[in-house]
Design a protein around this ligand. Structure first.
Ligand code: SAM
Length: 292
């Protein structure tokens, strides 16, 4: 607890990120990673392998941008820094662990980036706000760096959460809030998939609470947005019991989508039989990765 409090106090972050609770989420994620390290390791290994494969398959090795770099648990930083001339880590919160890791490489830069463009504005929203007018703004400053490879690293399902919390606090109707969440998810997907250069999306798409073979609860983490067909998928054992509850284990279905020069076949080694369908699920309730 004391360690988390200290981390929360010393993590540098902008006002909006802090006020929206992103620093707290970042600290909670690291704490959960420590508690569930063994269960998380296969997921983290697969993420790093997918990113390395995307990097190797990328024909130009100028700039790679990693969106949602966070603590770099799932990012093979040394491999990327070795292959590319420049590595840009883009996140609203760069924890100390990531800052220290970045310092070890002369070609790694941190970009304090709001991938939704809504965090600052959301602080000024008041009751009665017209939700139709809330439009995410894509991070043009990242595209301006002309990345040869852009990676979205387990961030897509997290992007709408601060806005959702803010609008819920303002008493907005749930159905309208979910429409805004969907717009945020869709905007990041459209932005990423529309970028020139190679792209690698790694995202959790669905959360499941299970007791053995029995599914107790399912939640669509993308608010009904259709994720492009994947090149690999697996289940991330996010919260084995008793982490989220004493009577169930919580898992996330994770999908990798490669576009650009990396050919689908490059991912054969991370494919497994864990793939499942989507759709027909209720929208995301909380979806935080660090807190239950
Ligand atoms: C689950 S973590 C990603 C895991 C990360 N790749 C790692 O290995 O630690 C989600 C990340 O998304 C970031 N994030 C959430 N909302 C964001 C936003 N609007 N703009 C930029 N980053 C955001 C959080 O700060 C967090 O680092």
């Amino acid at each position: 607890m004391l360690r988390e409090l200290l981390e929360w106090l010393v993590t540098p972050a902008g006002l909006a990120a802090r006020r929206h609770g992103l620093v707290g989420e970042s600290v909670a994620l690291a704490a959960r990673c420590r508690r569930c390290r063994t269960a998380w390791e296969p997921h983290l290994r697969r993420c790093r392998r997918a990113m390395r494969e995307a990097a190797r398959a990328c024909p130009e090795k100028g700039t790679v941008v990693v969106c949602g770099s966070g603590h770099l648990f799932d990012v093979p930083l040394a491999a990327l820094a070795g292959m590319f001339s420049r590595v840009v880590l883009a996140d609203a919160v760069h924890p100390l662990r990531a800052r220290m890791a970045a310092r070890g490489f002369g070609n790694v830069r941190l970009a304090a980036t709001d991938l939704t463009g809504l965090l600052d504005a959301a602080l000024g929203w008041r009751p009665g706000i017209d939700l139709d007018r809330i439009k995410p703004v894509t991070p043009t400053e990242l595209a301006a760096r002309k990345p040869d490879l852009t990676i979205s690293a387990n961030v897509l399902s997290q992007l709408a959460l601060p806005v959702k919390a803010r609008l819920t606090k303002l008493g907005c109707p749930e159905a309208d809030i979910l429409k805004v969440c969907r717009r945020i998810v869709q905007a990041h997907l459209d932005w990423l998939m529309g970028l020139p250069g190679s792209r690698c999306l790694i995202t959790d798409t669905m959360s499941r609470d299970v007791d053995g073979e029995t599914i107790l609860d399912e939640t669509d983490l993308l608010y009904g947005v259709t994720c492009p067909p994947g090149d690999a998928s697996w289940v991330w054992e996010l919260a084995p019991r008793p982490e989220a509850g004493r009577h169930f284990d919580q898992g996330r279905e994770v999908r990798v989508v490669m576009r650009g020069d990396p050919k689908r076949t490059h991912l054969s080694e991370v494919k497994n039989e864990d793939a499942g369908g989507g759709g027909g699920l209720r929208p995301c309730a909380t979806g935080n990765m660090g807190n239950t």
